[in-house]
Design a protein around this ligand. Structure first.
Ligand code: NAD
Length: 357
């Protein structure tokens, strides 16, 4: 009998429902020729959850996610909820869910499809062959450190990392590197910050557990520069919360479109898989959203949460083939489109390619 995995599905707001539908279409197709099935349970989060329940993260969502093998998530947010008190805002729901699930590591792969080399603001020769993987610490550092205050005259935040927090995120980076080109570049500001010195010392210690992996270090200001100067030099970039926030957005521009990049947040027993973009309210409901980032997030879910590597590869190969065959959603129509497709058409073409792969 085939294995069955339980997937918690959070469609969210804006384009969230449209793009998640396409990812599920593709997942259903991939299962047919594999040794597993997927069952889905829908949960509310974000603005839609607030409208229906008065909370951006109902308890039922947390409980449902905890009982699942993985969470597939679209996006949340929109102007309608922007003026609510912070505790009711959609993004508060997402931050709380990450915390509840203990997701301390955010993984963001960035690669460049040859067919879309012109879509980036960087030169094609700088981009061709880029394949990097940012591992960002997600639940510590300056965003969460205490004390913090703002009395109107003076304000401060505190960047704190414990050795334990650094050790566990470092292991995620080294494990990732073992499955890739075996190079970790740890990014810090150890020339100025004590917390970065502990970061560096600890990463060096953990590196001893992974003798096959080459470890280098880079100051964050240099890393920001090197990412646009020569992004090909990077394999796995390991960094803390605020540096990773900035560097992963910078890295996302390498691919040229926000609609292409998946991510995973892991660390607890259940991981969260989501596109890096937001809910794109400006295009919601028009059938033009690019579903590829969500479809690739579903592929990451198969790879990282369910260990279904072959199925994940089949989806990634289908996405590459669709792009090389010239199918584009509207956001990428200017870059080598032979045919411009709607969100649902794009999902169907990928599903069709997956079924044949
Ligand atoms: P956004 O990522 O939603 O959109 C930025 C631009 O990219 C828009 O022009 C949008 O149309 C376009 N875009 C995004 N995804 C696309 C896709 N799949 N296909 C085609 N075009 C796409 O960022 P924003 O406009 O700054 O934020 C909109 C809302 O999303 C806000 O409420 C914000 O808080 C929220 N947000 C949510 C998440 C999340 O759910 N993880 C992340 C970022 C922003």
């Amino acid at each position: 009998m085939k294995k069955n995995y339980k997937i918690a599905v959070i469609r969210g707001d804006g384009i969230g429902p449209e793009i998640v539908d396409e990812a599920i279409k593709v997942l259903d197709c991939v299962c047919v020729n594999e040794d597993f099935t997927l069952s889905y349970e829908d949960y509310l989060m974000g603005g839609v959850a607030y409208d229906m329940t008065g909370s951006p993260l109902p308890d039922a969502t947390i409980e449902g996610c905890m009982k699942s093998d993985a969470v597939l998530f679209g996006a949340i947010g929109g102007e309608k909820w922007d003026n609510l008190p912070r505790e009711f805002r959609p993004e508060t729901g997402l931050l709380k869910l990450r915390k509840a699930l203990g997701l301390f590591a955010n993984l963001r792969p960035t690669s460049v499809f040859d067919e879309l080399l012109d879509a980036s603001t960087l030169k094609p020769e700088v981009l061709q062959g880029v394949d990097l993987f940012v591992v960002r610490e997600l639940t510590g550092g300056i965003y969460f450190g205490e004390p913090r205050a703002n009395d109107g005259q003076k304000a401060y935040n505190t960047m704190v990392y414990s050795k334990f927090e650094i050790e566990r995120i470092a292991r995620v980076a080294f494990e990732s590197a073992m499955k890739r080109r075996k190079h970790v570049c740890s990014v810090d500001k150890a020339n100025v910050l004590e917390v970065s010195q502990l970061w560096r010392d600890t990463v060096i210690e953990i590196a001893k557990e992974y003798p096959e992996v080459t470890l280098t270090h880079m100051y964050v200001d240099n890393a920001a520069m090197q990412l646009v100067r020569n992004p090909k030099q990077f394999d796995v970039i390991l960094t803390g919360n605020i540096f990773g926030d900035i560097l992963s957005d910078e890295a996302s521009m390498i691919s040229g479109s926000i609609g292409l990049l998946p991510s995973a947040s892991i660390g607890g027993t259940v991981g969260l898989y989501e596109p890096i973009h937001g809910s794109a309210p400006d295009i919601a409901g028009q059938g033009i959203a690019n579903p590829l980032a969500t479809i690739l997030s579903a592929s990451m879910m198969l790879r990282f949460a369910l260990d279904e590597t072959k199925a994940a590869d089949r989806i990634e190969n289908a996405v590459k083939k669709v792009l090389s065959d010239g199918y584009r959603t509207k956001d990428l129509a200017r870059y080598g489109a032979k045919e411009v497709c709607s969100t649902t058409q794009m999902g169907s073409i990928i599903a069709d390619y997956v079924a044949k792969a």
